[in-house]
Design a protein around this ligand. Structure first.
Ligand code: KIV
Ligand code: ZN
Length: 532
């Protein structure tokens, strides 16, 4: 039999230590409570995955609903690079639904599965071992007649008896499956155990040399990434993962973590992926945005703290040579800039560097001058923002605690659920020179509309990047922090108000005010020598 192009590439991938990235954000990820996505949202994520250059996108589960099937077809039509796959239970109807949904794709895969562990056989399927083996042989062969590229998963493989697992795997290979995925459906395994299992399958399963073994690990015990990497050590050459680690229950192996582990520790794993890591941050934020699930601040690789340093000793080290406290470049994962978070642990080096980055040309003496006030402020606030720093440096230039020329006068937010008008906001602000401006703007929601109105008034092209809101029940206030992108730089503003919307808008205004002040060149110290 002559090998197809994909078979050749499977064999090459095995030899070269190349690990395929099979992304299941849109299937296993989307299946998890709180992560369901509209077709439009799925397309946004699929485009981000295409930019990442993942090998396979599992776009959904066609037989689950007509909406899911339609979304898979749209993705199959619009996405060019990666193979597009659909999940299917091990029956002919599901296989046909999957084949129809992926039909428009340039490269297609059907991923079919059946439970093989005693619990799945006896409690869920009520099928004997032989009945399951027979179904694997028949339906995998049927899937191969519909699609050249078929993946088979013995669900709950980790809790399946080894001698039966190998029989199931061999039946699928014999029937034409080209990828054998070994799911740790309930996140139960350990690194040592899974390395051993993959070695066992690679060595003992008849036909192993013809297929790619794949790992699909869940994170119930927080080991999904470690287990996936351990599977690679045992010979897996495909990892199933999801952006931000989303998926059933505690989630799947996180794409960004596993990809960066392979890239950063190539010396150890001796394997690589074809993922364009500089697109990781964009994919992660796109998913967070469309699913309304913010990325935890301390999340590895993509969290706000991943490349942020507050401790003085760390900041001093990072300023001298980033490698002292960073094992990856922020730019490698597409994070806009590495942040030195200024707080009570920060030293003068970090304060001087941040002041300089904000566009001020100040002397060492000026830094000495403001440093005691910086420490005082840092003792009371959790974090000293750029706005705070501008205030400290500019001294009297700040009016009413504002580091900028605009003062909020009135905000009216409108949402009418009865008619078709879009949410809008009417905002009035006053400039230091006495001018008042009122702007009415539409938006995705009333707060988004208010942000747009503030930008129009201040004539600053701001885009909200992050908005953190904390309700402090004991004090009866809402604390807001807005990080706003302006001209490729980030400005942060903080505010505290009784009302949640007022707090969000006030924090946004604080950030925009800073940007307005710096854009106008109002704050600079041309006569002073540069701080070192
Ligand atoms: O976790 C699991 O077992 C799955 C299979 C369908 C691959 O998601
Ligand atoms: Zn799963």
């Amino acid at each position: 039999m002559t090998k197809t192009e994909t078979e050749e590439s499977d064999v090459k991938a095995k030899d070269a230590g190349h690990v395929k990235i099979f992304d299941t954000t849109l299937r296993d990820g989307e299946q998890a409570p709180g992560f369901s996505m509209s077709t439009d949202a799925k397309i946004i994520v699929a485009r981000a995955l295409e930019a990442l250059n993942v090998d396979i996108i599992e776009a959904g589960f066609a037989a689950a609903s007509p909406g899911d099937a339609a979304a898979i077809s749209t993705i199959a039509r619009e996405i060019e690079g990666p193979t597009i796959g659909s999940l299917a239970r091990l029956n002919k109807n599901d296989i046909e639904a999957a084949a129809r949904a992926i039909e428009p794709a340039r490269k297609k895969r059907i991923h079919t599965f059946i439970g093989t562990s005693p619990l799945h056989r006896d409690a869920k399927l009520k099928m004997t071992k032989d009945e399951i083996l027979k179904q694997i042989s028949e339906v995998v062969a049927f899937a191969r007649s519909a699609c050249d590229d078929v993946e088979f998963s013995p669900e709950d493989a980790i809790r399946t008896e080894r001698d039966y697992l190998i029989e199931a795997v061999e039946a699928a290979i014999e029937a034409g499956a080209r990828t054998i995925n070994i799911p740790d459906t309930v996140g139960y395994t350990t690194p040592e155990e899974i390395t051993d299992l993959f070695r066992f399958l690679n060595e003992k399963a008849k036909g192993a040399e013809k297929v790619t073994f794949s790992a699909h690990c869940h994170d119930d015990l927080g080991m999904a990434v470690a287990n996936s990497l351990a599977a690679v050590r045992g010979g897996a050459r495909q990892i199933e993962c999801a952006v931000n680690g989303i998926g059933e229950r505690a989630g799947n192996c996180s794409l960004e973590e596993v990809v960066m582990a392979l890239a950063t520790r190539r010396d150890f794993f001796n394997a690589d992926t074809q993922v364009d890591t500089t697109k990781i941050y964009a994919a992660s934020t796109a998913l967070a945005r469309v699913t309304h699930n913010p990325i935890p601040r301390n999340k590895a690789i993509v969290g706000r703290n991943a490349f942020a340093h507050e401790a003085g000793i760390h900041q001093h080290g990072v300023l001298a040579d980033k490698r002292t406290y960073e094992i990856m470049d922020a730019e490698k994962v597409g994070v806009p800039s590495n942040a030195l978070v200024l707080g009570k642990h920060s030293g003068k080096h970090a304060v001087a560097a941040r002041v300089k980055a904000l566009g001020f040309n100040v002397s060492k003496e000026k830094i000495e001058d403001i440093f005691p006030n910086f420490k005082k402020l840092a003792d009371t606030a959790k974090e000293v923002t750029d706005a705070d720093l501008v205030r400290l440096v500019t001294g009297n230039a700040a009016v009413d605690g504002r580091a900028g020329p605009w003062r909020m006068r009135k905000t009216e937010l409108h949402v009418d659920f009865e008619d078709d008008t879009r949410p809008h906001a009417r905002v009035t602000m006053e400039h230091d020179n006495g001018e008042r401006r009122t702007v009415t703007h539409e938006g995705e929601g009333p707060i988004d509309a208010a942000f747009a109105a503030v930008c129009a008034i201040a004539d600053v092209p701001g885009r909200i990047h992050t908005l953190d809101l904390h309700h402090l029940a004991a004090e009866g206030v809402v604390r807001a922090e807005a990080i706003v992108d302006v001209d490729g730089k980030q400005f942060s503003g903080k505010a505290q108000e009784v009302d949640i919307a007022d707090a969000a808008v006030a924090a946004f205004v604080a950030a925009i005010n800073q940007a307005a002040a710096i854009r106008s060149g109002a704050f600079s110290f041309p006569n002073e020598a540069a701080a070192s």
